[in-house]
Ligand binder design. Sequence first.
Ligand SMILES: Cc1cc2nc3c(=O)[nH]c(=O)nc-3n(C[C@H](O)[C@H](O)[C@H](O)COP(=O)(O)O)c2cc1C
Length: 179
Amino acid sequence: MKSKNIVLGVTASIAIYKACEIIRRFQKDNLKLSVVMTKNATRLISPQVFSSLTGGPVYCDEFAGPANWTIEHISLAKQADLVLIAPATANIIGKIANGIADDLLSTLILAVKVPVYIAPAMNEVMFNNKILQSNIHKLKKLGFGFIEPIRGKLVCGDVGVGHLASVETIVKEVRRGLR
Ligand SMILES: Cc1cc2nc3c(=O)[nH]c(=O)nc-3n(C[C@H](O)[C@H](O)[C@H](O)COP(=O)(O)O)c2cc1C
């Protein structure tokens, strides 16, 4: 596959460790990756983990200081061929569905013209919540791609739908989006 730029948005789900596998898998496909983490995601896993895997900076806070004298949500948006948010919390889905831009990742989503894919991961009750489902429905109608969560054992101990889709499924959907 010709080298393309993917922005991987990582949010504060317990499935965050899967983002490491997703990065590894994309690297096999010769895809270039920029990782954007929410502030809460950095409380679950250090940005250094992703930085070590990608060999590049991890973008967390556009107010932190100009790394390259650029406005990060705009420069990242210009470089991206596709944005993938995996894992995606109920919170980021709600923010995107309502046009909220209060951090780097949610602002970036408003600044891109390229395909955006969202892979939700959460407890089944949260996933089935009518507010979340209505947000997902709205985003699907607006053209956002959703990589549906699967049934499996959730971290809370329940078995249900809400488990992040498999890495293979995520990669397959992203490849389709890049065509
Ligand atoms: C250990 C832990 C695991 C969590 N896992 C999830 C999850 O899988 N899905 C989800 O939607 N929220 C989860 N949350 C709640 C979110 O982290 C919370 O809604 C947060 O505000 C999301 O921030 P972000 O969307 O900016 O990353 C978890 C919280 C904690 C402390």
